[in-house]
Design a binder for this molecule. Structure first.
Ligand code: EUG
Length: 603
């Protein structure tokens, strides 16, 4: 497919493809696509580093092994990764590499992609991987963008793309407000299915962009924006294929004939679900999820705060309101630069200089926006019938207005395409894609996240903001901080946006991130989630008692995965075959993601 063909092909619909767009977002997706390709100058890739073969295996043995797997899964479900890498864009994303590559795009690539169609076929893939000692890397849909996308941590792994053929919604319970899904079910798909069934009393919690897998997002402990925003806390029941091929069901799922798998998450005995999130201990093939009751009304609100230093006071106001459930959802407090970037125009439309965009330029641009000048902007929602909402909204208004210069923006004054309405839909469980727009800030725009956790305290917010500001200034990167406020903590999400066709910019972004992780750890902050290339560093910051936690994870890894075949290195957990061979990525690794081979299988 040529560059122009790619740009001009239509956006796939959900009815055509499990990863497609629902009809109600089609026009919006088409427009987003046009603007992505308008800012793309990156030439079509050619492959310079072929063939890609798993470590420690001869090419012919590998080819024969793939042939054997093809006989089990069907030849059409086993594919070598030997063609030019096609980037596509969010809605037509690759499973051959990281769409948001931060190291050389041929570095984090699988040798092949396989598409199991059932739990039994996933077991077959796992047994096959053990037979040949081939590393496998499972993905649900591959939209973990900013954290590695579809890419494996170990070059040459066989990618197990679960979503392509395992994408059924197995159950939606209108009585229990629960569902049971396979890895290929996106937030888009679940939302559409609930609507199609006419279940107006059920709400789905959705993240900023709704194309991701519900299972993938949840096991990576992702976040949405209704009161059910902590996805991991809201799941109930897993089916998991272990690294040695056995299948287990967790919680009540272990009891034959149960009718509580999706309603009581714990079952009996140790609660094992935790070890299957952010790990490499198993492949989740089914997951139960609770659904929120329609609260019978809702109303979004937005406040702007004028000065950067207001951050401290605003966060201090938010804490008791959030813990007391007057602020009911995982809301966002966003910085002014994002208010500009999210409209989707390239930075060069506003500013042609090098380095970070100056504050006076930012404020003069945003002064002409519907919400007017500001430094911070809070997007929240109140739920319930009018009289219940009003009680909470009045408290919130009185509290936020204590900040000098705070303004409540009347939604009635905002045009229909204003970003506010995307936040409004998301907080009401309606998926959207508007958040994608800020990747166009840079040509060939890519993003990678720095995501530290802190308590909801003004001093912490200010310290993290200043820490991020200092390093962004040093590397000349515009700062996009958003505080996502959970029940008792905040995820600060800083997305670094860069031109992925510019190796120098990529290197600056990675250097900046490595500093940010270390700076944050030095102040006692840790990331809640991270990109593949930062996992070793982040895992290393969780080092209490001589790294006792990582040692425990390694012990589990060696017990559960004796051949070390499952997603080696994911979340900093390396199987014994890889340890002591320099696989960990550090400040000095640069673009190299690989260590010195793998220990040969012991007989
Ligand atoms: C976003 C939010 C996240 C995350 C990555 C990106 C979106 C930012 C709350 O978690 O991990 C606007």
């Amino acid at each position: 497919m040529s560059f122009t063909d790619e740009a001009q092909s239509d956006v796939p619909l959900l009815s055509e493809k499990h990863s497609g767009i629902p009809p109600f977002l089609l026009e919006k997706a088409r427009k987003a696509k046009v603007s992505v390709f308008e800012t793309r100058t990156k030439p079509k890739a050619t492959r310079n580093r072929l063939p890609v073969i798993p470590h420690g295996i001869e090419e012919q043995v590998f080819v024969d092994a793939l042939g054997e797997l093809g006989k089990q899964l069907g030849v059409e479900n086993v594919e070598r990764n030997d063609k030019p890498l096609t980037d596509g864009w969010y809605m037509e994303h690759p499973n051959t590499h990281d769409l948001m590559a931060v190291v050389d795009e041929e570095e984090l690539v699988p040798s092949a992609m396989v598409y199991p169609g059932s739990t039994e076929e996933v077991q077959q893939v796992v047994l096959w991987a053990n037979k040949y000692h081939i590393p496998i890397f499972p993905i649900s849909m591959g939209r973990n963008l900013g954290y590695g996308g579809a890419a494996p941590r170990v070059r040459g792994s066989v990618l197990v793309d679960l979503g392509r053929r395992m994408n059924k919604i197995l159950d939606i319970s209108a009585q229990d407000y629960t569902c049971l899904v396979e890895p290929g079910v996106s937030f888009f798909a679940l939302y559409e299915a609930v609507k199609e069934k006419g279940y107006d009393h059920l709400w789905v919690d959705v993240p900023d962009v709704g194309g991701g897998s519900i299972i993938g997002n949840t096991v990576d402990r992702g976040v949405g924006y209704t009161p059910y925003g902590d996805h991991w806390a809201c799941h109930s029941g897993l089916e998991v294929v272990l690294p040695t091929g056995e299948v287990i069901r967790t919680g009540m799922g272990a009891l034959p004939g149960n009718n509580t798998w999706q309603t009581f998450p714990y079952g009996f005995g140790p609660y094992s679900d935790g070890i299957f999130s952010q790990s490499n201990f198993g492949i989740v093939t089914k997951m139960g999820m609770t659904l929120m009751p329609n609260p019978g009304g809702y109303e979004s609100f937005m406040y702007t705060f004028q000065k950067e230093e207001d951050l401290d006071q605003v966060i201090e106001i938010i804490r008791p309101l959030r813990i007391g459930n007057i602020l009911e959802n995982v809301a966002q407090l966003r910085h002014v630069t994002q208010s500009i970037a999210v409209i989707g125009r390239p930075r060069s439309d506003f500013y042609k200089g090098d380095g970070t965009i100056p504050a006076d330029v930012v404020h003069s641009i945003v002064s002409n926006f519907p919400m007017g000048d500001h430094s911070w902007i809070y997007y929240g929602m109140s739920y319930g019938p009018k009289h219940i909402r009003q009680y909470k909204l009045d408290i919130i208004d009185a509290e936020f207005k204590k900040v000098p210069g705070a303004r409540r923006i009347d939604p009635a004054t905002l045009p229909a395409d204003e970003y506010f309405w995307a936040r409004d839909r998301i907080a009401a469980g309606v998926p959207d894609i508007q958040e994608l727009r800020w990747v166009n800030w840079m040509p060939n725009g890519a993003h990678i996240a720095f995501s530290p956790v802190s308590p909801i305290r003004g001093a912490d917010a200010t310290r993290l903001f200043e820490l991020a500001r200092r390093r962004h200034d040093q590397f000349g990167i515009d700062l996009f901080p958003a505080f996502c406020v959970g029940l008792r903590e905040m995820h600060l999400i800083v997305e670094l946006v860069y031109d992925r066709a510019d190796p120098r910019k990529r290197r600056d972004v990675l250097d900046c991130l490595r500093h940010l992780v270390d700076d944050a750890a030095a102040c006692g902050y840790g990331e809640y989630r991270t990109h593949l290339v930062l996992m070793d560093q982040v895992a290393g910051t969780y080092s209490w008692n001589d790294g006792a936690l990582l040692k425990f994870h390694e012990k589990l890894k060696d017990a559960l995965d004796p051949n070390g075949i499952m997603a080696p290195g994911r979340c900093g957990i390396w199987p014994k075959q890889y340890r002591g061979r320099g696989w960990e990525m550090t400040k000095t690794s640069g673009e190299n993601t690989q260590g010195d081979g793998v220990a040969p299988p012991s007989q």
